[in-house]
Design a protein around this ligand. Sequence first.
Ligand code: HAM
Length: 437
Amino acid sequence: MAVQYRAPRGTQDVLPSQSYRWRFVEDLVTEVSALYGFRQIRFPTFEHTELFTRSVGDTTDVVQKEMYTFTVNGTERSITLRPEGTAGTMRAVLERGLLNEALPLKLSYLTSCFRYEKPQAGRLREFHQFGVEMLGSASPAADAEVIGVADEIFHTMGIKNLEIQLNSIGCPECRAKYHAALKAYFEGYKGQLCETCLTRLEKNPMRILDCKSPVCAEIAKDAPVMLDYLCDDCRVHFDGVKKRLDVMGIPYVINPKIVRGLDYYTKTVFEFVSNDLGAQSTVCGGGRYDGLIEQLGGAKTPGLGFAMGLERLLMIMDAQGIEIPKERACELYIANIGEEAGIKASALTNSLRREGFYVECDSVGRSLKAQMKYAGKIGARMSMVLGDDELAGGAAKVKNMATGEVRELKFEDLSDALYDLGVEDILAAIEEDQEER
Ligand code: HAM
């Protein structure tokens, strides 16, 4: 049969055979970040477009080329699917008055994001991020803590060979001098820069450093770097971050070329880079954004955070052969022969499920042979067959599906046996019985 409907390009389905990997990663990031005091926030999939143009910045690739923006049902209101999680988090924080709570405010999120990019390995149009945001601390201790959470997550997952690249892109004061130097440098290449970068030259020359055009990238190679222009305050802050990472035993390298693709950053910026990802080598990126809350209409409040791409994270885990605990398999399949036995099977299955066991029975009306085939297909660990004799005797033979060995158990002992012994022990007991005989 021809497939009639295909998923839009750059999107992925997570099938049941893979979804346990997602749940594992989502649980782990949530648990590790909770140890650092980050509590989850959830916010809408779409926001008013101005929120993103104001925060992410209207000279960025994300805003200029990648947003899914639309108006709804003939209204004039422009809506955009979130391209990232920071802007929505800040909007919610301001709208719901969260800055009145104890500071620093520490939030985390697991969210889908949408960017109209050219899809390739590790680059999707709908992708997923885990992120944290911390508001209300201007201290370098906060920068080290935020980098520390990401590092601990990767460490707990067993991911190796990630490089933390660190840079400072200064504050509005020192950046003004840097912009002037950059502008002077790029003026000399006006004839070669792409259209977009020509407008960036006037409005925000630092964005040229992030341009994906090979010509602009080549020109940008020898451009001045921000680290040479940091003011005293920004330099002291950066030194404070480095010192803390040193004593926390978190290795990093300084990469003066990191500018990040979003406009809200100030001072510290960082990326976690892997060589298991091909061209899309950044699995996690973030930094400080001390002006963002104010820019969105709030009181001056320092902030910082990061987001990691979950698809990229899973790609690295795959490439590094990191094993994810498999999902719990069906513990008992209760097959039946005949109507009466089928009714008993439903009752037994239901009561065992209520006690927390993973039990299945026939819900199709199949033959015994077909039921057992199904039990094999779903990987049931044990099975039992109910027929007239079993109903009369109130007991059935429980079979270890891997070895074929059996042990008789009364119906009323079934849940106690599963409870007291656990599946592994019952399987072992069946084996022992067999050996004794
Ligand atoms: P970002 O660097 O744009 O930062 O994205 C963070 C991560 O999301 C990237 O490192 C990457 O793993 C993943 N990612 C981005 N685009 C794609 C894509 N098209 N396909 C697959 N994965 C992708 C932000 O979004 C900031 N909001 C991070 C942040 C939070 N900064 C401060 N707080």
